[in-house]
Design a protein around this ligand. Structure first.
Ligand code: GTB
Length: 217
């Protein structure tokens, strides 16, 4: 059965890979799973039909027969457990990869989301300029440790896994802030992720929603 995910009908980033359906699309592409996409408007996302799929009225969701999932991390873990290619076979290596999936979402992404939210929604507050360096520093504390652990390895723990897929999409959210550029090894890590054919296909498919063109190649 072909799963269906939901994505923004009109993404604020114009389909350039920031909305969280991108990471799910990428996971599907890595494992060679075809998928359908149902586009939803901001209004539809808050209506009962969509809330029945996603209690918080957000995207992405995942439907496959009777199974409905939400939370991009949970969806990717499900896809990775169903198909070869995104998690190692060895039990300990698999547990470590899942640990890094949680790390991307629970340790690295939150301060980045805080900065994004401040830049988008708090930029008219009197304390905004004072808060920015505090948020910037919280991100750098994480990136210092992440780049130290990555060292000169290609991926977080051995071969590319769902953990790298999540970490790369999380780090991409720093685009435009100038922060990631201070971490050349993390820039190279993100570039390695973006160079993967599966990433490129997912990116093209998400962009096609905005341009109205069918993705090629
Ligand atoms: N923890 C959930 C997950 O990982 O699935 C978070 C889901 C989430 O935040 N979804 C966002 C959403 O539906 C879209 S991805 N927002 C609408 C709402 O809450 O009403 C966040 C996002 C959206 C757009 C950009 N952008 O355009 O740059 C970046 C990130």
């Amino acid at each position: 059965m072909i799963p269906t995910i939901t994505a923004f009908e009109e993404s604020p980033d114009h389909g350039t890979g920031q909305a969280r359906d991108m990471r799910v699309r990428w996971a599907f592409e890595e494992v060679g799973q075809r998928y359908d996409v149902r586009l939803v408007s901001f209004k539809e996302m808050k209506e009962p039909a969509h809330r029945a799929l996603h209690p918080f009225g957000q995207i992405p969701t995942y439907e496959e027969g009777d199974l409905v999932l939400f939370e991009s991390g949970a969806i990717i873990l499900h896809v990775a457990q169903r198909h070869a290619g995104l998690l190692p076979d060895d039990a300990n290596a698999r547990a470590r990869a899942i640990t890094w999936m949680f790390t991307a979402l629970n340790t690295v992404e939150p301060p980045i989301v805080e900065l994004e939210a401040a830049m988008l929604m708090e930029n008219d507050r009197a304390w905004y300029q004072e808060r920015l360096p505090i948020l910037d520093e919280r991100i750098r504390v994480r990136l210092d440790d992440l780049s130290a652990r990555l060292g000169d390895a290609d991926w977080l723990d051995g071969a590319f896994s769902a953990a790298d897929l999540l970490m790369v999409t999380v780090l991409r959210r720093l685009e435009g802030t100038g922060i990631l550029e201070d971490y050349p090894s993390l820039c190279a890590y993100v570039a390695r992720g973006e160079a993967r054919p599966a990433y490129r296909r997912a990116f093209a498919a998400q962009l096609a929603v905005f341009t109205g063109r069918q993705p090629t190649g």
